[in-house]
Design a protein around this ligand. Structure first.
Ligand code: ADP
Length: 674
């Protein structure tokens, strides 16, 4: 009896697995056709006869397609007469880095090793993992096998209590954690990183991969315009609100005067101007000392990455929401280039990464952080002692919409709990709770950022984003075919305006002047434009009139607005009625593209209070010895609005500082920076 109920449960699980994909299609490339019914009967007969049921396959290779996170995933599975022998991805547009273990390594290897479809999925990549399991299950049926017979969980070892020690223990393997790990090992420390998910890289991997910093060489390629000069003059003309503000304005004024006196025609930029813009752009809520630590290290940290193999494109742009042309963009898709540099560097270092191992507690002894506790998904518990200290790098809480709504008290936003998030699932604010339990102070917790240009389907900011990373190349139109906001403005202003449009939906419109080689154009996550057009994620028309027909816009209205925009480019206008100040690219020639976008919750600017050494402070403003923090888990840098292109700078710069200080000074006093 017990055995039969087991089989019924197994069958139900297999049916659920098959049904979940809905759009699963199959194609036998070799071997027999549909023998599923016969195979199930065989299995049931064997079961009835009391023998253990095993699959018999028609040897060959079979192909199946199903929906993944970003589009169709097609898998090819090879069978011998009694086993799955090979699994290969034919096509996938899943996010690189996030889906790698689910599609190419760990998960398919585990299916083959265990001859099971009840193996562990990759934590943090559930959708891609389930696509793999569904597609293989489909192939099993095509080969005449019964997926139900593969729903047997592999045996696991008894959970253990494990004690480990390293010089530096890092919680979270996103950009900040990995930067800290490389920096700590640069300084001779041994490192253990505990990572909640089945992969490292965090949100950097699903970001635009953009990085701001003044770049003395590259800014010479950009021409200065009246609009940009007006931006600088406006910031300098503001009444200072503090002595620090006045001093910063004076420093920028001096640099600006020198620049003008030099007769230069290329873009003005400096660390001080970057600091002032970051602080102003965050509504003067951030801490100027922390901001200038970030801005003054930004260029050298980028060069540190370059020394590890990171590559950026040969021009600087104005990343969306960055407010200035100092954005460097990655050669590789999304932020994968940063993460690959770190993981490749760490491969040869004294650095261990424990995957699927969320930390739950920072161990405090006599007021000092001496280690952490964690538990992996197999139930093994870890006590990890840190000779030097602990670095908290768990990211923010934008993946936890309940927590976002709890802190959504600034009055800026409506209810955010029903929006989507751009974040990977692990960013649930665990680090904030652990830090508070260890005595840390928090700041700016109500400062929440939405990103305007995300996919209405997934909330993802890379999927479907087929556009230059700068506002120069696109215009926004709402569902009624009207422009409604300057595209080069602040993220919060644009998001608030977008939330007011019908269904909070708008379209990024670009012409053939911007997308010049459609066959070789990809979204930020690497999906070809041609695929996005097929799936309806991008709408295209040979002429503007044709595009308008497809979207349902009145052509005359849209054309008139584009004519006005083009006239502004011709006259080098300072700004238009929507507040746009960037007029460099004319939009005249087809084909024309409309890309649906909506705002999603993106970044939580508040978090743990740190000083410029990345040491965590308590409510009294005192250092908690041995406890460091870096990246989105911290507060005080981005204030009320993070500039686009500043998140990766923040996590890499402070990760580097935390890693070095923790390795070198640990629980001792860190000397003031020179
Ligand atoms: P940052 O940009 O500051 O590096 P991310 O959000 O990109 O932040 O990365 C944070 C990383 O921390 C992610 O890889 C996430 O899975 C991991 N993480 C979050 N909570 C925990 C936890 N409790 N234990 C271990 N890792 C965690």
């Amino acid at each position: 009896m017990r055995k039969k109920r087991g089989l019924a449960l197994i069958l139900a699980a297999a049916l659920a697995l098959t049904a979940a994909g809905c759009s699963s299609t199959t194609q036998a490339t070799d071997g027999a056709g549909d023998t599923t019914a016969a195979a199930q009967t065989d299995a049931q007969q064997t079961e009835a006869a009391g023998e253990s049921a095993v699959n018999h396959y028609t040897a060959g290779t079979y192909e199946a397609s199903t929906s993944g996170h970003n589009g169709t995933v097609t898998i090819r599975t090879t069978f011998s007469e009694d086993a799955i022998t090979d699994i290969e991805v034919v096509t996938s547009y899943e996010s690189q880095g996030v889906s790698d273990k689910a599609l190419y390594t760990e998960l398919p290897e585990s299916i083959i090793e265990n001859q099971s479809l009840a193996v562990d999925t990759i934590a943090g990549a559930t959708i891609s993992s389930n696509a793999m399991l569904r597609a293989v299950s489909d192939c099993v049926e095509q080969a005449g096998g019964d997926p139900a017979l593969l729903q047997v969980e592999p045996e696991k070892a008894e959970p253990q209590d494990i004690t480990l020690t390293a010089d530096v223990v890092i919680i979270g393997g996103g950009g900040a954690g990995l930067s800290a790990a490389v920096s700590a090992t640069d300084n001779g420390a041994s490192v253990i990183i505990v990572e909640k998910e089945g992969y490292v890289g965090g949100n950097t991997m699903v970001s635009g991969g953009i990085y701001n910093c003044p770049d003395p060489e590259m800014q010479q390629q950009v021409e200065m315009t009246d609009g940009v000069a007006a931006l600088i003059e406006d910031a300098l003309a503001e009444e200072p609100v503090s002595e620090e503000h006045a001093a910063l304005q004076a420093a920028v004024q001096q640099e600006w005067d020198e620049y003008k006196a030099s007769g230069a025609t290329y873009l003005f930029d400096s660390v001080n101007w970057y600091t002032l813009q970051t602080w102003n752009g965050g509504d003067k809520v951030g801490d100027l000392e922390l901001i200038s630590t970030m801005t003054s290290h930004a260029y050298e940290t980028l060069q540190w990455l370059v020394s590890m193999g990171y590559e950026y494109k040969p021009d600087i742009v104005q990343g969306a929401g960055s407010l200035y042309q100092r954005t460097h963009s990655s050669v590789e898709h999304a932020g994968i280039g940063f993460i690959n540099c770190f993981t490749e560097t760490l491969a040869d270092r004294d650095a261990q990464i424990l995957y699927n191992t969320p930390a739950s507690e920072i161990i405090m002894e006599n007021g000092e952080a001496t280690g952490i506790r964690a538990e992996d998904r197999d139930g093994n518990t870890y006590t990890i002692y840190a000779n030097q200290g602990v670095i908290l790098a768990t990211g923010g809480f934008a993946g936890n919409l309940e927590m976002v709504q709890e802190y959504n008290t600034s009055g800026k936003w409506p209810d955010l709990s029903q929006l989507k998030s751009t974040n990977l699932p692990g960013m649930t604010g665990d680090g904030i709770e652990m830090a508070v339990a260890a005595g840390a102070a928090l700041r700016d917790m109500d400062q929440i950022q939405l990103l305007q240009t995300t996919s209405p389907k997934t909330g993802n900011c890379t999927f479907g984003y087929v556009a230059p990373l700068e506002a120069a190349g696109y215009l926004f139109f709402n569902s009624e075919g009207e422009r409604f906001i300057g595209e080069d403005g602040r993220r919060d202003d644009i998001s608030l305006a977008a939330l007011d449009q019908t269904d909070a939906l708008f379209y990024m419109v670009e012409s053939g002047d911007v997308i010049t080689d459609p066959e070789n154009t990809y979204d930020l996550s690497g999906v070809p434009l041609t695929e996005l057009i097929k799936s309806g994620d991008v709408i295209v028309g040979d002429t503007l009139e044709e595009l308008c027909q497809q979207v349902g816009w009145d052509y005359e209205t849209v054309q008139a607005q584009i004519d006005q925009y083009n006239a502004n480019v011709d006259s080098n206008a300072v700004s238009d009625e929507y507040g746009r100040a960037l007029f460099s690219v004319k939009q005249e020639n087809g084909p024309w593209y409309a890309i649906p976008r909506t705002p999603s919750v993106h970044h939580t600017m508040g978090g743990v209070v740190i000083n410029t050494n990345a040491q965590v402070l308590n409510e009294e403003g005192e250092v908690i010895p041995g406890l460091y923090a870096a990246g989105e888990v911290t507060g005080g840098i981005h204030g009320g609005n993070r500039l686009g292109g500043n998140a990766i700078v923040d996590c890499l710069v402070f990760g580097q500082i935390a890693g070095e200080n923790c390795a070198v000074y640990g629980k001792e006093e860190v000397p003031a920076a020179e």
